[in-house]
Write a protein that binds this ligand. Structure first.
Ligand SMILES: Cc1ncc(COP(=O)(O)O)c(C=O)c1O
Length: 416
């Protein structure tokens, strides 16, 4: 039975069963709308909770009994091999977070204090923070209004200017926003024109593709995140994936404290403790077997939202016109206040009062106080999306009853 078919029945099915995953507090776009008022009688509905169950328990217990309670072991090796095969790349290095993968990916591409790294402005802070860790100068580029992904034309202009100024650009970081792959056909051609490598931030897009090619396989290297709110999770974790052995080897070496291959502890580089634990890799392997089903569930939920908002003046599903290749990680709406007669803040307040989590889209990096003064090529799109966008509960673990509760709340808000 589809989510939609369930919906008519769900509202009459009584109280929700307890959802252990809902105890986790997933991270999403930063809320700017002040403290939330909660309806204590109604259970909290989260934006994107971890979808874990008996299979994950089995895998983790098996790993635990196997005795490898360490940031290495057979589960890590198998998880890397399975993920590389899923994405269609030659190498994968399991790490403690997507942020760690960005950091080491940049180091492996040679980014340092003398360099500029050009990145999408419409992203989570981790993308930009990783640039700062290397000492390189970030340079932010705005997005296309329809997808929120980096605008190739602006990127071209930025690289032309930087090149005219004699700046060395160590990398471009496009971000696959909310599960939609960036336009790598255009970005790839631009990167080639200027001779700059791409480090693809695919933290949000595992399972998506661009023109039939899988997210995570673009560029010199890509990073994935298995944070608790992502399409699949290891509670916390990430991966660097690449076809270039030298990059994978360098990242693996740096992530294990840069130990030289000798019995005593010999170090010639500053290293990091960034490897993923064997137990969490086991969790990741279980999740990977369920990835397609979890994407399917999110896709069904996207369809429900599309039907709900169809014909509502001034409201569009963000990126919804071209989402066949998305992984549907998060579904957001964009509201034109003039046409709709209401704004996202008003809907947000209603949902929040009903204990239904919702968030604005990412606040662009070029508007973040911590990156004040950082050079940027801006077209106004990301700021508009931040103002007019609202992300709605999108998790694959949402029950039909929870989905029905969200729908009823929105229907009532729309005055139906
Ligand atoms: C676009 C983007 N990049 C990087 C990250 C960082 O990943 P992690 O939380 O695993 O460090 C995230 C998510 O958290 C993200 O959404």
């Amino acid at each position: 039975m589809t989510i939609l078919e369930h919906l008519t029945q769900a509202s009459t099915q009584g109280p929700e069963s307890p959802d252990p995953a809902s105890r986790a507090t997933p991270r999403g776009p930063v809320s700017t709308r002040g403290p939330e008022s909660r309806a204590p009688s109604e259970e909290r509905i989260f934006l994107s909770s971890p979808d874990v169950g008996e299979l994950e328990e089995e895998y983790v217990m098996r790993a635990m009994r196997g005795g490898w309670i360490a940031p290495l072991g057979p589960e890590v090796d198998a998880f890397e091999a399975e993920m590389a095969s899923r994405i269609g790349v030659d190498h994968a290095v399991a790490l403690s977070s997507g942020t760690a993968a960005l950091h080491l990916g940049l180091i492996a591409l040679g980014a340092g204090p003398q360099d500029v790294v050009v990145a999408a402005s419409m992203t989570f802070a981790a993308t930009a923070n990783a640039i700062a860790y290397t000492g390189a100068q970030p340079y932010f580029v705005d997005c296309l209004p329809e997808t929120g992904n980096i605008d190739p034309q602006l990127l071209d202009e930025a690289l032309a200017e930087l090149s005219a100024q004699g700046c060395h650009v160590a990398a471009i970081i496009p971000v696959d926003l909310l599960g939609k792959a960036a336009d790598y056909s255009a970005i790839g051609a631009i990167a080639q024109k200027y001779g700059v490598p791409i480090l693809s931030d695919a933290a949000e897009s595992l399972g998506a593709s661009h023109r039939g090619i899988k997210a995570g396989s673009f560029g010199e290297a890509a990073i994935l995140s298995f944070n608790g709110n992502k399409i699949m999770t290891t509670s916390g974790g990430g991966m660097l994936v690449t076809n270039t052995k030298a990059i994978a080897d360098r990242v693996r070496y740096l992530a294990t404290q840069a130990r030289q291959p000798v019995v005593h502890y010999e170090h010639r580089d500053i290293g990091y403790n960034y490897r993923l634990s064997n137990l969490l890799a086991a969790l990741g392997r279980a999740q990977l077997t369920r990835l397609d089903a979890m994407i399917e569930r999110r896709r069904d939920l996207r369809s429900v939202y599309k039907q709900l908002f169809a014909g509502v003046a001034g409201v569009s599903i963000f990126g919804g016109d071209c989402d066949d290749e998305d992984n549907y990680w998060l579904t957001s709406i964009v509201v034109d206040e003039e046409q709709a007669g209401w704004n996202v803040g008003q809907l947000s307040d209603v949902l929040t009062a009903r204990n239904i989590e919702n968030r604005p889209l990412w606040k662009p990096m070029h508007t973040q106080p911590v990156f004040e003064g950082v050079p940027a090529k801006v077209n106004g799109s990301s700021e508009r999306l931040f103002r007019d966008g609202l992300t709605l509960p999108s998790g694959s673990v949402l029950t039909d009853q929870q989905i029905a509760r969200i729908m009823v709340a929105i229907e009532q808000f729309l005055g139906r």
